[in-house]
Design a protein around this ligand. Structure first.
Ligand SMILES: Nc1ncnc2c1ncn2[C@@H]1O[C@H](COP(=O)(O)OP(=O)(O)OP(=O)(O)O)[C@@H](O)[C@H]1O
Ligand SMILES: [Mg+2]
Length: 311
């Protein structure tokens, strides 16, 4: 029994918001989900993983005046700051690790470095005291996004419905799965439809069509298009969910609720461990470390030899 109490301990759910396409709503989902969860009394850490620093701006912070940012935490340096020195308190339940253009040095700097895909994951190993970590990824599938994939227990892909997005979603899903497979990591993917045009015939038709293929992996509530998201962004205040209007507010609430439900699923139970052929001693993890749920019988968890896709 004692061996399993460790498994019962709360561990951080890390959610990466990913799409290599620009402007689809990664930052909007990151900010609003972070705000909605923190308003539900969950402790949330928002990580701005984009050199554009849009989540930083969205939290009302001036990215130019930021002295220490995510880059200082990720870059290999002797005088690395602690997370506590870098994070900014946005509200009682929401902290932000800000970023600005200096983060664009990460990819060129790390290209030859060992463990370069695991910097964020390693950073999160030392982050405690949160229920959720939300990672706002940049619009690329480069090294920063790979770091997000490997640090995540869950992946949310915001999409706009268009005849073109059906092609994109398949290749993006395949790419994410392939990357995870090659790196021996598995985080579940869920799509969220953004800028939904509920009142148009084509919008409804595309939604139905999308659900035919992806219903099981799609948030039930699409997020409608509204300029109110722009207003909150300009105000630098992600907590004004009511200002979004009833429909967008309800959609954000529904997405946050679904995330809460979803986050209950990966808890490793004794039964799951038995079925997967692992025992608790073999599956040695600390509650803070994001874990992929072992799915195959006899699967082993080996963090000692990280794979690389940049070999
Ligand atoms: N549902 C929506 N309704 C209206 N405007 C939206 C909606 N979602 C996002 N926007 C606006 O569209 C713009 C792009 O959104 P956002 O910044 O969230 O996308 P992104 O995927 O993070 O972009 P990037 O790839 O550049 O990081 C922003 O100005 C945002 O306020
Ligand atoms: Mg963004």
């Amino acid at each position: 029994v004692a061996a399993f109490t460790n498994l019962e301990k709360k561990f951080v759910i890390s959610i990466a918001i990913i799409n290599q396409k620009g402007g689809v709503g990664k930052t909007t989902v990151s900010l609003n989900l972070a705000a909605a969860l923190s308003l539900k009394q969950k402790k949330v850490l928002l990580i701005d993983l984009d050199p554009q620093g849009h989540s930083t701006i969205g939290c009302g912070k001036n990215k130019k005046s930021i002295q220490l940012s995510l880059f200082n935490l990720l870059s290999p340096s002797l005088s690395k700051p602690r997370v506590a020195e870098v994070k900014l308190s946005i509200s009682e339940h929401l902290d932000l690790i800000p970023s600005n253009i200096t983060l664009s040095q990460f990819e060129p700097l790390m290209l030859g470095g060992a463990d370069r895909e695991y910097f964020l994951r390693n950073l999160l190993k030392n982050v405690t005291g949160y229920d959720f970590v939300i990672i706002d990824a940049p619009p690329s599938l480069g090294l920063l996004t790979i770091n997000a994939l490997l640090a995540a227990t869950k992946i949310i892909v915001p999409l706009e419905l268009s005849p073109l997005s059906f092609d994109g979603v398949e290749s993006l899903g395949d790419t994410i799965n392939l990357l995870q497979q090659r790196l021996g990591h598995r985080a579940e993917i869920k799509y969220v439809i953004n800028r939904f045009q509920a009142n148009s015939k084509i919008g409804q038709e595309l939604w139905m069509e999308f659900l035919k293929s992806y219903e099981a992996q799609t948030f039930a509530q699409p997020i409608p298009a509204t300029v109110r998201f722009l207003e909150n962004l300009r105000a630098g205040n992600p907590f004004r969910l009511k200002n979004l209007g009833p429909k967008a507010h309800a959609a954000i609430e529904a997405v946050a609720e679904e995330v809460l439900q979803w986050s209950l699923q990966p808890k490793l139970t004794a039964t799951m461990l038995r079925q997967s052929g692992l025992n608790s001693a073999a599956y040695n993890f600390s509650p803070e470390v994001p874990q992929s749920v072992p799915v195959t019988a006899g699967a082993t968890v080996d963090d000692s030899a990280p794979a690389s896709i940049f070999l």
